[in-house]
Design a protein around this ligand. Structure first.
Ligand SMILES: Nc1ncnc2c1ncn2[C@@H]1O[C@H](COP(=O)(O)OP(=O)(O)OP(=O)(O)O)[C@@H](O)[C@H]1O
Length: 531
């Protein structure tokens, strides 16, 4: 007797030759249900009735397939005296299953409503009621649960409640949830659960991040979550690119920027092979689909050619064009949206301040430092040049200030981040290189010294504060040049539950193209005295 189908055949005589077609179909279906869930293994349950008859009951989650499957299943038992009994009991069982399914759907709806989760897609798996279900529903290994406890995570965040079961069910997914709401864990955790053990079968999972800083942070987070297992989790550094024979690289999870990975794909010799990648995550996916990164991202997506790959897209902003592009490559994906589509995190207090001129901005900034400096604090400007100018102005004030932008070397960038994390620097001036994804837990205030270039950029920048449910503050300076775009920020503020003055709501809407106006220099020193 075949091991796979033993539960179907016990106690009856089965002519395998005659019913080869049916047999093959059952076998095939069993193999395709490979999400490892307890439910799926018991897709067909064999139950012995008191009369010794065999009843085939169908798992509630596959209800839509029930009818067709049952009819085919019965053909297997043709000629058996027990058939009429089976039909009645099976019908009753089916009704019970339907009732249970309805109850489960109602529970799911209630839970999703409670946590502001919106889903679309076929047969979306139930959200998690708590982390304990990772073990009861999905057989999560205990070391992973221990790591959650060590990290101090008691309850899943809304995105974790829904995205984790989706990915564990082997479904592709695009997810949008507010900044600081735990999206990293939502994609790393199911990846670790599905990979199970380290293996030497080449690179099995890839996480793409738009900047080196975010890639480094994500690698660190992965390692924390995987502690206790010997997964090889690698960050694609310059050194790794230069000195590695990728045909021999032992690696389970690779974290990289698209540019670096593309260079390794295009190498002439010892190039990287991504054809066995089982999981691909595009973090900050809308950024990865922007023109500047699209070609590189596309090369990586193409190189991950495993037909059974599970891809997922995560971001706090998910414009329609990203969904449209994603839909062309993803199969039967589930869409998970937490909160309002164009909202910032609700735990951030948002303020707009009219500064009049460039000089006015600097005065307002110094005045706010004098009144109350609430470090650590991030200040965003629109260009590398302006970041250096502002740094030049503030570095002699009695505050500890740092600056970061893409013209610094990798080592300088790492040092600046380390100093900021360690509290050696109180105020960090940054371009949009730090605008997304970076998790500086304690940041209490973000200042948009220069108006952001689009609504998404605003949402991500201010989302560096108010993370993991903490209270944050965001102040945005604006000048005459920015006034036409104020209404767009007002829309985000309204969607995030902030109060907005009526004059702002009455302003006309303006289609927001990339807004980087020419601004006067920040520097107050005469040109000939600048260093
Ligand atoms: N279940 C949880 N309970 C408490 N804190 C959590 C939980 N999950 C994650 N966190 C913490 O929340 C913070 C934000 O998480 P993360 O960086 O993943 O946010 P994000 O949603 O990816 O934000 P962004 O959109 O800005 O990239 C981190 O410090 C993380 O450790």
């Amino acid at each position: 007797m075949e091991k796979d189908t033993s539960f179907l055949l016990t106690g009856i005589k089965f002519n395998k030759k005659r019913f080869a077609g049916d047999f093959a179909r059952f076998k095939k279906r069993k193999q395709s249900n490979d999400d490892g869930s307890v439910d799926d293994l018991s897709y067909f349950k064999r139950e012995d009735t008191e009369a010794g008859n065999v009843v085939v009951s169908v798992n509630k989650k596959r209800k839509r397939k029930t009818k067709a499957e049952r009819v085919e299943g019965f053909s297997v038992f043709k000629g058996s005296d027990a058939v009429p009994v089976v039909i009645n009991e099976a019908t009753e069982q089916e009704e019970n299953n339907q009732k249970e399914l309805n109850r489960q759907n109602e529970r799911d709806l209630r839970l999703r409503k409670k946590y502001g989760i919106h889903v679309s897609g076929n047969n979306v798996p139930s959200p998690l009621q708590g982390f304990a279900e990772l073990s009861t529903r999905y057989g999560c290994e205990s070391y992973l649960l221990h790591n959650l406890v060590k990290l101090g995570f008691k309850e899943p965040t809304p995105i974790q409640r829904q995205a984790i079961p989706v990915l564990l069910s082997g479904r592709e997914c695009f997810a949008k949830a507010p900044t600081g709401s735990g999206k990293t864990l939502a994609f790393v955790y199911p990846m670790l659960m599905k990979l199970k053990q380290p293996s030497k079968d080449g690179i099995r999972a890839v996480i793409l991040c738009h900047t080196r800083e975010l890639a480094a942070q994500t690698t660190r987070e992965c390692k924390k979550m995987a502690k206790g297992n010997k997964f090889r989790i690698k960050l694609m550094t310059k050194e790794l690119m230069r000195n590695t024979d990728f045909t021999k690289l032992p690696c389970d999870i690779l974290v990289s920027t698209p540019r670096r990975l593309q260079l390794c794909i295009c190498k002439k010799k010892k190039k990287i092979d991504l054809s066995r990648v089982e999981y691909l995550v595009l973090d900050e996916s809308d950024k990865l689909f922007e023109r500047s990164l699209l070609e590189q991202t596309d090369s990586v997506v193409k190189a991950c050619s495993n037909p059974s790959i599970i891809r997922s897209l995560f971001s706090a902003t998910l414009p329609d064009f990203v969904e449209d592009v994603a839909r062309t490559v993803m199969h039967d994906a589930v869409r998970v949206i937490v909160g309002d589509k164009n909202a910032a995190s609700e735990s951030i207090k948002q303020k707009l301040i009219f500064a009049g001129s460039e000089e006015g901005k600097l005065l307002a900034l110094r005045q706010s430092f004098a009144e109350s400096l609430n470090p650590p604090m991030l200040i965003f400007v629109q260009s590398i040049e302006r970041a250096e100018e502002l740094y030049g102005e503030l570095k002699f004030d009695s505050i500890r200030v740092g600056v970061i932008h893409s013209n610094l070397s990798q080592e300088q960038r790492e040092n600046v981040i380390d100093d900021f994390r360690a509290g050696k620097t109180w105020v960090l001036i940054a371009t949009d290189v730090l605008g997304r994804g970076m998790d500086f837990k304690g940041v209490k205030c973000v200042i948009n010294y220069d108006f952001p270039d689009c609504a998404a950029s605003y949402i991500h920048r201010i989302g560096r504060s108010g993370r993991a449910g903490r209270i944050g503050e965001a102040i945005t300076f604006y000048t005459e040049d920015d006034i036409p775009y104020l209404r767009n920020i007002a829309n985000v503020m309204i969607a995030s539950g902030c109060e907005v003055p009526s004059w702002l709501i009455d302003m006309p809407k303006k289609k927001w193209k990339k807004h980087y106006p020419r601004r006067e220099s920040i520097s107050t020193k005469p040109k000939d005295q600048e260093e």
